[in-house]
Write a protein that binds this ligand. Structure first.
Ligand SMILES: Nc1ncnc2c1ncn2[C@@H]1O[C@H](COP(=O)(O)OP(=O)(O)OP(=O)(O)O)[C@@H](O)[C@H]1O
Length: 268
C-alpha cells in the first residue's frame, strides 16, 4: 500500500501538485488520469522519488520515503518495478538479457538462478519463442510483455506503469491491460498506472484518481466513473460521442438490472 498525504510540488515558485492525498491499495490497479499538463507525470515522478516534494508525506507500507536512509531508499527502489512508456528495452540485448538485467544489477543471484527466474516470468507473460530475439525482431505487444516481465522479475511490491498502452492497437492494449491486472492480483502488487486510455479506465480501473490542475478532483472505480455527475470528469472522460454513447448504454443496462433485482426481491 502506498499512502500519499498532502503532497505539494512546485517548480520555480509555481505549484504543480497542490496538496494531493490518496491511498493506493495493495493488489489493486490504481489509475491516474487527467488532461495534459494536469500533473500526472510530476506526481508519478514524485512517488518514484525522482522529484523531491516540497511538503507532505509518501508512505510505502508505513515507511516514510523522505525519512529513509540512503541504504533504505536503495532497498526500497529494488521493490519497485517500472514499465516505461514505449517499453524502453535495450535494443542491443536479447529478450532474455533484457529481462535478466534487473537481477544482474540488483541481486547476487547466480547465472543459473537468474535464468530460472527469467524463464519463469517469460512463461508467466506468455512470451513464446522470443528468448533469443532482439526487441526490433518482435511486435509492439510482445515488447510490452518483455517490459512487464522485466518489471516483475525481481518480485516487486510496487509496479509503476507509464502509459503502458501507448502505440498498441485496441485489442492488444486490452490484452496488456488484463495481463497487468492479473499480475497485480496474483502477486499482491500495488500497481499505479498513468494513462490516457479510456478503455483501460473502464476495463481495469479498480481505483481511479482524476487530476485537474494539480488537484485531485475526483476518485472512484470504473463503475463509479460511469455514474458520476462530476462535471470535470464527465467533460474529460466523455468528451467523445463514442464514449458518451457507451456511458448512456451502460447506465441504461444498469438501471434495467437494478429494476429487475428490485422486482425479484419483492417477489421473494
Ligand atoms: N521539470 C519541470 N520544471 C518545470 N515545470 C515542469 C517540470 N515538469 C513538469 N512541469 C510542469 O508541470 C505541469 C504538469 O506537467 P506533467 O508533465 O506532470 O503533466 P501531465 O499531466 O503528465 O501531461 P501529459 O499527459 O501531457 O504527459 C506542466 O505545466 C509542466 O509544464
Amino acid at each position: 500500500m502506498i499512502e500519499v498525504q498532502d503532497i505539494v510540488k512546485s517548480f520555480d515558485g509555481t505549484q504543480v501538485l497542490k496538496g494531493i492525498s490518496t491511498v493506493f491499495e495493495t493488489g489493486k490497479t490504481n489509475l491516474i488520469i487527467g488532461q495534459s499538463g494536469s500533473g500526472k507525470t510530476v506526481f508519478l515522478k514524485t512517488l518514484l522519488g525522482i522529484h523531491r516534494h516540497d511538503s507532505g508525506r509518501i508512505l510505502f507500507d508505513g515507511r516514510v520515503y523522505s525519512s529513509l536512509s540512503k541504504t533504505e531508499k536503495r532497498d526500497l527502489r529494488t521493490e519497485i518495478g517500472m514499465v516505461f512508456q514505449g517499453s524502453a528495452l535495450f535494443d542491443s540485448m536479447t529478450v532474455e538479457e533484457n529481462i535478466a538485467f534487473p537481477l544482474r544489477m540488483f541481486t547476487n543471484k547466480s547465472n543459473k538462478e537468474i535464468m530460472l527466474r527469467v524463464n519463469e516470468v517469460i512463461d508467466r507473460v506468455k512470451l513464446i519463442d522470443a528468448n533469443k530475439k532482439k526487441p526490433a525482431e518482435i511486435s509492439g505487444g510482445m515488447q510490452k510483455r518483455v517490459a512487464i516481465a522485466r518489471a516483475i522479475v525481481n518480485n516487486p511490491k510496487y509496479l509503476f506503469c507509464d502509459e503502458p498502452n501507448s502505440g498498441l492497437d485496441p485489442k492488444t492494449a486490452i490484452v496488456i491491460d488484463n495481463l497487468i491486472q492479473e499480475i497485480t492480483h496474483e502477486y499482491g502488487i500495488t500497481t499505479i498506472i498513468n494513462t490516457h486510455d479510456m478503455n483501460s479506465v473502464l476495463e481495469i480501473g479498480e481505483h481511479i484518481i482524476f487530476l485537474k490542475n494539480g488537484v485531485l478532483a475526483w476518485s472512484g472505480n470504473h463503475k463509479e466513473i460511469i455514474h458520476t455527475d462530476n462535471e470535470d470528469v464527465v467533460d474529460f472522460v466523455y468528451s467523445s460521442d463514442l464514449f458518451n454513447m457507451v456511458r448512456d448504454a451502460i447506465r441504461h443496462m444498469d438501471k434495467k438490472k437494478t429494476k429487475k433485482e428490485l422486482k425479484n426481491r419483492e417477489q421473494e
